[in-house]
Design a protein around this ligand. Structure first.
Ligand code: DQA
Length: 148
């Protein structure tokens, strides 16, 4: 059974208090519950049970170390680290961890400083702009890759 990390980076603990027009009203706990409700759908689609571990940290060291715990794959929303962290990119490259980069908001429509992603070049792909669905779509894509 694929062992999958679903990791949220800096400030995603504040979901529910961030601008509603961009991030919606749901909290991080709501997001994780939503993913769990959709898990049977994804498992049925890919024909395999999946083991999910949720993680969030505002500490870049914790976030980077978490990636090294032997996951089969990951769904990652690094938050602002997406646009700033060469350390994250270097680690993802070195680990060869299959991952999908996800974003709640449609980053491509936002500020210029968000247009660069250091991590996306190492991802299987990137899904953005679908709110909570970005994560389940990302999970589906990742699980399809891992079980093919
Ligand atoms: C985000 C987009 C980032 O630009 C931002 O810094 C976040 C959240 C998203 O999910 O839309 O914190 O990753």
């Amino acid at each position: 059974m694929p062992n999958i990390l679903i990791a949220n980076g800096v400030n995603l603990d504040l979901l529910g208090r961030r601008p509603e027009n961009i991030y919606g009203v749901g909290t991080l706990e709501d997001l994780e519950q939503y993913i769990l409700t959709q898990l049977p759908v994804v498992e049925k689609a890919v024909g395999s049970a999946l083991s999910l571990t949720f993680f969030q940290s505002n500490s870049d060291a914790e976030f980077l170390n978490k990636l090294s715990e032997g996951w089969d794959g990951a769904v990652l929303n690094p938050g602002a680290w997406t646009h700033t962290s060469l350390a994250l990119a270097d680690r993802l490259e070195a680990l060869s961890l299959p991952f999908v980069e996800v974003h709640l908001s449609q980053v491509v429509k936002r500020e210029r400083f968000r247009q660069r992603s250091f991590s996306a070049q190492y991802a299987l792909g990137r899904i953005e702009g679908f709110g909570f669905h970005s994560y389940t779509l990302g999970l589906w894509a990742l699980a399809s890759h891992l079980t093919k």
